[in-house]
Write a protein that binds this ligand. Structure first.
Ligand code: HEM
Length: 433
């Protein structure tokens, strides 16, 4: 029999201390553990230990494992009250794949390209509101852009009363989600706790009510084939049996798209400018491309490099439903595997000078499926990846075309915000005179 070593046991410090160190700004702690323990090590800071994986070969084995064995939905249970039981983020197995297949088409190809003009107009309008002559955080502007884009391209609300009715409760909900402690009660007392549910329903119910009204109106309105918004396409989507999404499924998937797509994209954009304003040659090249015409290659490279060096999510999670062999080690049922996005992205053997922000490294290069993983992978890979990249690239160009931004203060550190890793001061900048 072959003797195989398991993952390194990892640090022996008490759980609370490991938690405090994991939540401290920047990835220094996990980087230190990676150096000390190697490409697979165990972290104890949650009720179940995580086995952190930091090598693309190990991560490939997890992402390509059978979906019945590697579940992702369980780790998102704390979101159940907010997203609903049908949410694609919470489901696993066949039902997950069914919902995912119905959701994917609006986020690709021509359908996605049709959203570009809306994204460009919304971004250009927002840049005009950057305050001249004073320091400001980009983050609120970036969240405003992503919210407007969701209202127009995903929900397809008509400008005017319909949009205003949806924007007010949605803004409250998304701000609540973005708070550091929004989900803490759910983590501490569980998603089924009566008080946790009551507390969350106060911000959720007005959004649910508005979404239900919107779905009913749109179902009854006809002409869905001629519309370009995601909701209309989802109303027309059918699986192989000819069955579409029910109203309850639609509501849950819309909530999921909004929550998954808002904070993440706004954070990525804030990071892009936090890095760019401290890399003057890269910013100058982006501005030259944006002001020069139809090219997008450099803006795309900036998106890739930002998501490499400052990934919005540091890791993804998979809970094993049966034993799985990864890197020659057989992990038993129940183990939580955590492919580490941030550690793979900082490997010097894949990315020379890994801590340097260098968009050029992406020019003419296709990102590797298991070496560039800001959107996770396998059958759980982010549904909105192409949408987010298009949105980022459009916003980067709109800003670079209109203004020259300067940094304010020193480098910002990544700090936890909801489940994301965001710039500590929200991306402070100033518009050059
Ligand atoms: C820069 C922005 C974004 C980042 C960094 C990001 C990242 C991620 C990651 C890491 C996952 C988990 C993948 C895994 O477990 O392997 C995920 C899942 C998901 N994302 Fe995104 N995301 C972004 C934007 C969006 C947008 C704009 C949408 C939709 C409008 C979206 C919708 C989703 C959905 C529905 C899932 C669940 C997929 C599933 O479980 O099958 N995301 N995203």
């Amino acid at each position: 029999m072959r003797a195989v070593r398991g993952p390194a046991p990892g640090p022996r410090t008490p759980r609370a201390i490991q938690l405090a160190r994991v939540l401290s700004p920047g990835p220094d702690y996990v980087e230190h553990l990676h150096e000390r323990y190697g490409d697979a090590f165990v972290l104890h800071f949650e009720s179940r230990p995580w086995t952190v994986l930091a090598h693309p070969d190990l991560i490939r084995e997890v992402f390509t494992a059978r979906p019945e064995i590697v579940h992702a939905g369980e780790a998102n249970e704390i979101l159940r009250t907010a997203l609903g039981a049908h949410s694609v983020l919470l489901l696993d197995g066949r039902e997950h794949l069914r919902q995912r297949r119905l959701l994917l088409p609006p986020f690709h190809g021509e359908r996605l390209a049709a959203q570009r003009a809306s994204m460009e107009r919304i971004a250009a309008e927002r840049v005009r509101r950057f305050p001249p002559g004073r320091d400001f955080a980009l983050r609120p502007h970036m969240t405003a852009i992503t919210l407007e884009i969701i209202l127009e391209t995903i929900l397809g609300t008509d400008a005017g009363d319909e949009r205003a009715a949806m924007a007010a409760p949605l803004t409250g909900l998304l701000e609540w989600f973005g708070g550091r402690s929004s989900l803490l009660p759910s983590v501490m007392f569980g998603p089924d706790n009566r008080f946790v549910i009551q507390h969350q329903r106060r911000v959720l119910d007005p959004v649910f009510a508005e979404l239900e009204r919107l779905i009913a109106r749109r179902r009854g309105s006809g002409g869905l084939e001629d519309r370009e918004d995601v909701l209309s396409m989802l109303l027309l989507a059918r699986d192989e049996d000819g069955t579409g999404l029910t109203d309850a499924e639609l509501r849950d998937q819309l909530m999921t798209l909004m929550v998954a797509g808002h904070e993440t994209t706004a954070t990525a954009l804030s990071w892009a400018f936090e890095r760019l304003t401290r890399a003057p040659a890269a910013l100058a090249q982006l501005e030259a491309e944006a002001r020069g015409g139809a090219q997008r290659a450099y803006a795309e490279a900036v998106c890739r490099e930002t998501l490499r060096l400052r990934p919005v999510l540091n890791n993804v999670l998979r809970t094993l439903q049966a034993p799985l062999e990864v890197g020659g080690v057989v992990y038993p049922k129940g183990v939580v595997l955590a492919p580490s996005i941030v550690l793979v992205h900082r490997r010097g053997d894949i990315y020379p000078d890994p801590l340097a922000f260098r968009p050029e490294r992406w020019l003419g290069v296709t990102p590797g499926t298991y070496t560039w993983i800001p959107f996770g992978g396998g059958v759980r890979r982010c549904i909105g990846a192409s949408f987010a990249l298009q949105e980022m690239e459009v916003v980067l160009q709109a800003v670079a075309r209109a203004v020259h931004l300067e940094p304010v203060g020193g480098d910002e550190s990544p700090v936890p915000r909801f489940i994301t890793s965001a710039p500590s001061r929200g991306g402070m900048v100033r518009v050059a005179a």
